[in-house]
Design a protein around this ligand. Structure first.
Ligand code: PEP
Ligand code: MG
Length: 592
């Protein structure tokens, strides 16, 4: 039966494929394909993992002390029985044979199938056995991880004659898990929770694959292997589409590929408006390897390197100064002399460190993490970690143009403390004989307090970058990751527009460079608005650069500026923008 699920569109385009359901806690299991000649060895690897756990549990059972509760032995028997059940390893082997999944993926795919069957059982006792099944699978996954040297090399589906594209369906995917999917096999994402600027959505966008979040119940309604269409423009998910609908979406998919190819030709065209204003289009990156895509898309610099992704998936160990230095240097070298703006870690809120690392640092999760020990607050609470990161960033400056960006600044005292720390770090580097050059200091404007007191901040810094994702979140008091308030997340809100326009104007008046690096910068629907405010530097995902560039090339910045006063005074700025910016677009002047 065909049906639709509605959510929030977060990454454009159409994806068509089969659903792969993955529970949130199991998303970070390795997902890759194995070559045909590796199928039998992969099944053998799965069975070796299973057998290792069988031996472990048998030993445990045989060595149970006399006085151990007899339920314990019974429980171990249940676990052993599950391990030997064909429904688990037999069917998982089938996934390997039929789909070429690696052992871990096959096992977790089968777990999803069985977990659903357990959920539907009438009998309470049987239903509760799902937890046992999960424990058993976790153990086998652990055994496979231990013997990782045995794992085969991943191959692409093309290597074995084509496969159906796969779309990931989960209740939620943490940004840390999402980052593992950068080179993954999935061609689209659907999640139950999240908002347009949640970090999960941001990473999906950076991968340039269609995604719909905040569907509330997609992971309950969609079944493993269902055929699914993701419409990343409309936020719709069509499950088991009819042949006619499928054909229509395949057509749309081809059209959008053609459009992308057409836009890609703008790569070497400088971003200059019709009236000759030069605009910088920089890239947002998460990992050093993304810098290549930035250059490929025609970015003229990196406007935001979200360094926190280097700190995720670390299992208790933060990256050393040397490791960070090598990562920053790699990004700087890839950009071949163009500026690279490295933001110090913005950990916290929906980008938590893994539990082990949190325990190591003794920081508890707070009740309201978006307002808690996040970003620069976290760095200042961990001064040696902060100095380590600053040293790594400064050392990378010897290899190209580096700019330093600080997230979540709200107090002048923080800026003073940062400047003092930088001085200390410079001295340490000089003493240790490390080379570095001048690094411009910038702060993110993403807390309303920072926007309101911008003239004071500007006295201390070289540049500012406006983080509209958080600026909107904090101005409107809306959790950006919470789908239940996503409808209130409004970049067109008059208060947001006032703060934006005023910040851009004040920075320009002070002769300091200002850019926007939040999601608004990469959305072509806002390009004219931001140009009208005087913005000449945008930073976005590399894949968004061509469409924004096309908008810039067709804009007349001076005429757009004429619309701004009316727009800012209006109770319905979006309507004014739609009407008046369109007049400018068609060659007319601003209406007064
Ligand atoms: C922002 O808040 O707009 C921003 C760019 O930072 P992040 O999305 O990483 O919080
Ligand atoms: Mg932010």
């Amino acid at each position: 039966m065909s049906f639709q699920v509605f959510g929030i569109p977060v990454s454009r385009g159409v994806a068509i494929g089969r659903a792969v359901l993955v529970a949130s806690s199991r998303v970070d299991v390795a997902h890759y394909f194995v070559a045909p000649d590796q199928i039998q060895p992969e099944i053998a690897r799965l069975l070796r993992g299973r057998d290792a756990v069988v031996r472990e549990l048998e030993t445990l059972r045989d060595e149970l002390p006399e006085d151990a509760p007899h339920e314990l032995a019974a429980l171990l028997d249940v676990h052993l029985m599950l391990l030997h059940d064909e429904a688990l390893t037999g069917s998982a082997s089938q996934w390997i044979v039929e789909r070429h999944y690696n052992a871990e993926w096959a096992l977790s795919a089968q777990l999803e199938v069985l977990a659903r069957q357990f959920d539907e059982m009438e009998d309470d006792y049987l239903r509760e056995r799902k937890a046992d099944l999960e424990q058993v699978v976790e153990r086998v996954l652990g055994a496979l991880a231990h013997a990782q040297g045995d794992a085969p090399l991943p191959v692409t589906p093309r290597d074995f004659g084509g496969e159906d594209p796969l779309l990931l369906v989960a209740a939620d995917i943490a940004p840390a898990d999402m980052i593992q999917f950068k080179r993954s096999v999935f061609r689209g994402f659907i999640t139950d929770i999240g908002g347009k600027t949640s970090h999960t959505a941001i990473v999906a966008r950076s991968m340039d694959i269609p995604a719909v979040v905040g569907t509330r119940e997609a992971s309950r309604l969609i079944m493993q292997d269902d055929w699914v269409i993701i419409d990343g423009d409309a936020g719709t998910v069509i499950v088991n589409p009819s042949p006619i609908v499928l054909e229509e979406y395949r057509f749309r998919q081809r059209q959008s590929e053609l459009e992308r190819a057409r836009l890609a030709r703008l790569r070497h065209t400088p971003a200059v408006t019709l009236d000759g204003e030069h605009v910088e289009l920089h890239a947002n990156i998460e990992l050093p390897a993304d810098a290549e895509a930035a250059v490929g898309a025609g970015a003229t610099g990196v406007g935001l390197f979200r360094s926190e992704f280097l700190f995720m998936n670390r299992e208790g160990e933060l990256p050393s100064e040397e490791e960070q230095f090598l990562a920053y240097k790699a990004a700087v070298e890839s950009m071949r002399g163009m500026p690279v703006t490295i933001r110090t870690v913005d950990i916290g809120a929906d980008k938590p460190l893994d539990r082990l690392t949190v325990n190591e640092l003794r920081h508890e999760h707070t009740l309201n993490p978006a307002m808690g020990l996040r970003a620069i607050r976290w760095s200042l609470a961990e001064p040696s970690m902060f100095r380590q990161q600053l040293r790594a960033i400064y050392r990378a400056s010897a290899f190209g143009k580096v700019r330093l960006l600080i997230p979540m600044v709200a107090h002048l005292a923080e800026v003073r403390q940062i400047i003092e720390t930088i001085k200390r770090v410079q001295q340490q580097l000089t003493d240790a004989g490390h080379a570095y050059t001048r690094v411009e200091l910038g702060v993110m404007i993403e807390i309303p307090a920072a926007a309101v007191m911008l003239p004071l901040l500007l006295r201390h810094v070289d540049f500012v970058s406006i983080g509209t994702n958080d600026l909107i979140q904090y101005t409107l008091a809306i959790d950006r990751a919470d789908e239940s308030v996503a409808h209130l997340y409004d970049p067109w809100h008059p208060a947001v527009l006032q703060l934006l326009a005023q910040s851009i104007a004040q920075a320009r008046a002070a002769g300091k460079s200002v850019s926007v690096c939040g999601e608004m910068a990469g959305d072509p629907d806002f390009t004219e608005l931001l140009l009208s405010m005087g913005l000449r530097s945008f930073s976005m995902h590399p894949s968004q650069i061509p469409a924004v560039k096309q908008k810039v090339l067709r804009s007349d910045a001076q005429r757009l500026a004429g619309v701004l006063p009316r727009l800012l005074q209006s109770e319905d700025p979006r309507a004014v923008a739609e009407k008046e910016l369109a007049v400018v677009r068609s060659g007319g002047g601003a209406i007064h």
